[in-house]
Design a protein around this ligand. Structure first.
Ligand code: GDP
Ligand code: CA
Length: 303
């Protein structure tokens, strides 16, 4: 068994997670960003944990989030009461949010509830939130507003330019139980093809996790860029806004001092050389479908 830990945000990281999870000789633990977690209608919504669980279970929605074949009856009905229902929650998806919120209200931790959700979907791999404590990504825009993830991403469609990020609560947050042990015991630590500043930095903002990553002997990242651009979302724009540059070198700069290897897409194979001491390797990283994900996971393990 090869023990692999993946640090992940939502869609991109979950797709690689599905590939790693499908390999019989891999014992996978995913450590998932909770910086985007937010209350919706009094329910505890964890966008990245849910995307990960649904993707590992093979039931994710067509755009990577939510569930396949979901209906939105309850979400539509909320308009009757004048409720802002722009954050789309499907009916099947609501069941998970209700279950989690109830579990937390009864005093269970996010780690415990996540593990029972994992079991409910018969997922083989271990799924851990980065922390049971609140860590919330806050976006300061170039015009000086400080926005929550929901305001920046959902309400304003990530159209603002980003001046600065901070992760509220990070100084007081502990890694969730099992995270440090999993990283220390991993043969390979992979940072998934997630948005580096918005999805991975909030995990690394927890100091004990950053330390465990720094002392790990073999840390690889998979670039979320295809042809230098994010497939969806603002990864390329945010890295440029933050002065990290563009393309593969921006991903290397986002993970300075943490990674020894960066996997880039074959469309970025011009970058396959050493960038600032990091070995850059080009592979087919477009992994929307299951078989591609397994092929990429296998290729990564043999690097
Ligand atoms: P979010 O939390 O759902 O925004 O998801 P992540 O941060 O995990 O992922 C967003 C990133 O995933 C985007 O920058 C995409 O370019 C990247 N991504 C999505 N699908 C793929 C894929 O198939 N291959 C690669 N390399 N990146 C992908
Ligand atoms: Ca996310």
């Amino acid at each position: 068994m090869t023990r692999v830990v993946e640090l992940s945000g939502g869609v991109g990281g979950a797709r690689l997670g599905r590939g790693l999870d499908s390999l019989d000789d891999v014992d996978l633990t995913v450590v998932v960003n909770v910086g985007d977690d937010l209350p919706i209608h009094g329910l505890y919504v964890s966008p990245d944990l849910d995307t990960m669980v649904y993707t590992l279970a093979g039931i994710e929605g067509p755009h990577g989030w939510g569930r396949a074949d979901d209906t939105f009856i309850a979400n539509t009905e909320l308009a009757r009461f004048g409720v802002d229902n722009r954050f789309q929650l499907g009916d099947l998806d609501l069941a998970l949010k209700i279950y989690r919120s109830h579990g937390l209200a009864q005093g269970h931790t996010l780690t415990e509830v996540t593990d029972s959700v994992r079991a409910g979907f018969a997922i083989r791999s271990t799924v851990l939130p980065a922390s049971d404590d609140p860590v919330r990504t806050m976006i300061t825009t170039t015009d000086g507003s400080r926005l929550t993830f929901r305001e920046y991403f959902v309400d304003r469609g990530h159209r603002d330019h980003v001046k600065k990020l901070d992760f509220e609560g990070d100084a007081d947050a502990n890694a969730a139980p099992g995270v440090i042990e999993a990283i220390d015991g991993a043969d390979l630590l992979v940072i998934g093809p997630s948005n580096p500043p918005l999805s991975i930095w909030p995990i690394l903002a927890i100091e004990s996790i950053a330390q465990a990553v720094r002392r790990h002997p073999h840390v690889m990242a998979v670039s979320p860029l295809i042809g230098g651009r994010a497939l969806k979302g603002p990864a390329d724009v945010v890295m440029a806004d933050l002065g990290l540059g563009s393309g593969s070198s921006a991903v290397v700069a986002s993970y300075r001092g943490l990674i020894d290897t960066l996997v880039v897409d074959i469309t970025d194979s011009d970058d396959a050389r050493d960038i600032d001491g990091v070995n850059v390797v080009a592979l087919e990283t477009r992994i929307a479908d299951r078989s591609n994900a397994a092929t990429l996971a296998r290729a990564i393990l043999s690097l």
